[in-house]
Write a protein that binds this ligand. Sequence first.
Ligand SMILES: [Zn+2]
Length: 193
Amino acid sequence: MTRKALKCPECDERDLQPAITELTGSTHGESFAITSDALVCPSCGFKTIPVEKMGEFALRVSDAYREKHQLLTSAQIKDRRLDLGMSQQQFANYLGVGSSSVKRWELGQIQDKAMNNLMVLKTDLDAARENVIEVSARLKQPVWVAGRQWYYLDELFQGSTNTPSEVLGSEMNFLTESFNTNYRSGGTCGLVA
Ligand SMILES: [Zn+2]
């Protein structure tokens, strides 16, 4: 299907020509240069986006903003949801938001930082682990998960063959005290299965 030629609305002299060029899009008060299919006036240089490309352009502007501010892009949100094997509705329930929010984010609406943090925490195992370590260190409480995997200071227990119950049963006080000392002195936390 061929497009009906569109007269340049700026100079009214020439028909706009299809071209791939850089266009500026704005969102949340910031501008981003996006290379896109466009219609360009050969006479005055006026540039615009074909109507059918506007949605895609808006999404790319939104993703450029999100990449700059270290927020998940639409595609990343969708990929993470699918990695978890969830529908949009299931993912919305998992996060405690309406399914329309998930739909909008995947279509390009920018999620706020708090919601982004929640999504990262609930979809990324490394982020979840770091959070467990952070919380356990701040509460100064060693923790274990599913009775098998446990988190503690790696300086203390790297290579230890003790089971969690052995360590936590008889040496709880020692562990907590050492944990405090090491955490306060800047020791690192680790995960050992
Ligand atoms: Zn023109």
